[in-house]
Design a protein around this ligand. Sequence first.
Ligand code: URP
Ligand code: ZN
Ligand code: ZN
Ligand code: ZN
Length: 477
Amino acid sequence: MSTRVGRTLIRGGTVVSSTGRSEADVLIDGETIVAVLAPGSTILGFDVAASADRVIDATGKYVIPGGIDAHTHMELPFGGTAASDTFETGTRAAAWGGTTTIIDFAVQSYGQRVFDGLATWHEKAAGNCAIDYGFHQIIGDLNADSLQAMDGLLAEGVSSFKLFMAYPGVFYSDDAQILRAMQKSAKTGLMTMMHAENGPAIDVLVGQLLAEGKTDPYYHGIARAWQLEEEATHRAIMLADLTGAPLYVVHVSAKQAVAQLAAARSRGKNVFGETCPQYLYLSLEESLGAPGFEGAKWVCSTPLRSRAEGHQEELWQSLRTNELQLVSTDHCPFCMKGQKDLGLGDFSKIPNGIGSVEHRLDLLYQGVVEGRITLERWVELTSTTPARMFGLYGTKGVIQPGADADVVVYDPAGHTSIGVGKTHHMNMDHSAWEGYEIDGHVDTVLSRGKVIVDGNSYLGAKGDGRYLPRGLSQYLT
Ligand code: URP
Ligand code: ZN
Ligand code: ZN
Ligand code: ZN
């Protein structure tokens, strides 16, 4: 065991897991948690605190497993530009917000071979990350060669792949391609992740809206109607049902799509869904509909949904009932200047994506404050289930002996003001969350035993983070 960072005791806090909470001290040796002890315990007569190299006082605070953001897009090429966070800047921002693992999407572009795409992602990330990272594989060109390559993904530590029912001409797969990939998923156990929107139908609506002179960001949300999310979600579920593939629908925003997932789950299917903070809090009317070109900040796909239609409330409800299993960010940041403004006068040219990797834990914690979810469910949605869903559980997602010492000390009495010039470490010239005032604060973050965030100081370094080969999902029945 490495002694790089010595022995650390996190003392006096409330350790929270997905199943309960207790007053306990957490002892870390090197990179690993070695004991969870009754407060003030001795081991074989030794005073644990006295023998530790470092004691962190967590009195009055929650001690939780580091956040796992299972959906990020650092440096993603999109719409003629690239997501503005590099692996270096994006993972550092994640760390500030209490996230100690990301799973990013390696991309196989059209015309490229799968393993060349994966290699490119390794090159982007290696030596640059502040926290540990894994990869899902986007299959952007689903041909015979890609299908064969999928047999080798697990050996590379990639146990999930994403397909797109949207974006014709870019990442799009048709039903025949999806069916073949799902047959492969059923055989290999790889999780099929789906961007479930009916892309060809969306493109017709986009063309018609633009022809009518409806070019503002708001119409991005009109073109990407909830019916086209519900329909694609249903289709994906039925193809998964037919083939036996485990299915995980990403960035669910429409309440009708949730209903499709819930119905499949109630039939006992291995069908799962995530939502993102933007769909819980923000809306078509207020954000996409902001005056002028302002709404471009919130152009993402699936789009923000109407508050009048009540999607946000339904999504919160689905998190309570486990109709949706986890919350990721889909972090895909673009600056307004030079990136989002590519779509001035044509909403379809606005690069899709919102940056939230820094704020996921804080934003979800407001659900605890408001009595929407329990403290335990907060930990489950942001860390434990992502670990289980994507084959990291045991090493990540839990505070127990033998687990990596990825630990966050969270202060419920603290306060966080979100916004540029306040708490904002993402490489963006704006914040989608400007002005949000958060009850709670990420005080201390440990990544494999090393304190990387200590109050207002960043103590980590580029390259602290390691590649995490993942196993098959531990969530399947
Ligand atoms: O708007 C989004 N979601 N951008 C990132 C790409 C994707 O579809 O996840
Ligand atoms: Zn997507
Ligand atoms: Zn995404
Ligand atoms: Zn702070």
